[in-house]
Design a protein around this ligand. Sequence first.
Ligand code: GDP
Ligand code: MN
Length: 394
Amino acid sequence: MDIHEYQAKALLHEFGMPIPKGGIAYSPEQATYRAMELGGEKWVVKAQIHSGARGKAGGVKVCASENEVMDAASAMLGRRLVTNQTGPGGKLVGRLYIEEATDIEREIYVAFVLDRAAERIVCVASAAGGMDIEEIADTEPDSIIRVEIEPAVGMQDFQAREIAFALGLGAAQLAEAVKALKACYRAFRDLDATMVEVNPMVVTKDGRILALDAKMGFDDNALFRRPQISELRDKSQEDPREMNAADRGLSYVGLDGNIGCIINGAGLAMATMDMIKHVGGEPANFLDIGGGASPERVAKAISLVLSDRGVSAILVNIFAGINRCDWVAEGVIQAMQKLDVPVPVVVRLSGTNVELGRQILADSDVRLETADTLAEAAEKAVEAAAAHEATLTG
Ligand code: GDP
Ligand code: MN
């Protein structure tokens, strides 16, 4: 799960990271009110969306008067901001963060991520922070600082100092930099984060360290024990298809093709996707129905897959291990009888009781195609989708 910049800043601040003063606004009037409240002469209006690279997309504006704050806020609120990370649909700007502007001396990049191979949290930093960090990582990979943290003892002061020196920070910033780096590390560890990124962390003209931007992601599987993090969820930033599925206890991955896939297990999803692509098709989505395949569950899955308007055929590919193919077959038939399914459905079953399952499908009078192998199923689904689309346009 991702959260907004202002939420990440508040969390990091609790762990000792210095941040500029700021406030949240839901309307242009509120934005100017916030600016007045903050005082000073310059403010930054920042679109709160779950994406970076807002600066280059018009989502970060430094303003020198209340009128400018009002105009910037009006221009951003209610629009969809398209960045190079959001995809063409962009993300809806529903709230703004208004901050006192900072006079920047230097922009630094700092992140904490999990290195799965090393089984360690690793701090990644660069003296060239700001908006072009991806480029730096490509062109000057050796300039990136990388320090692994020993889980038994956590981040040590000497490690934080080492990073600060490598970043070229002077004696004046050392103590503050150590505090800032350790704050990020502790927030990462104590809140079950999967990433903490501060880009830029700045040295101000008057020599202070501040987090000017912050991004945090969290481990979904640990949210049950972090209710204060779960509360920060902003559903307007998530794919509505994936959210609907999660609310029903199913996991859904939205893609851009035209074949809706109902499968059980992530491995089977990958294999199914590869096969569909191999025979020239594109999946529209994947719905993982997990261990059970009761008629209710299959019906829910089919209606969710159909709520995606791009779907022209459905491929049900189930490998029954704990499950049984005859139950899955019954589930599919009952779901098809209950729902009015407007697109062709191809079913491929494999595993426990497969003969019985296929027999049940063959004996039923619901309209569906069956296949014995995954390759055959994918081919049939691609053909059926094309045929269905031809009937719609023809
Ligand atoms: P991002 O583009 O989504 O990563 O948004 P950031 O919050 O990182 O802002 C983008 C850029 O705007 C930063 O790298 C800074 O150069 C600039 N910026 C943000 N806040 C301030 C500020 O208070 N003062 C000044 N001068 N520039 C700022
Ligand atoms: Mn940034």
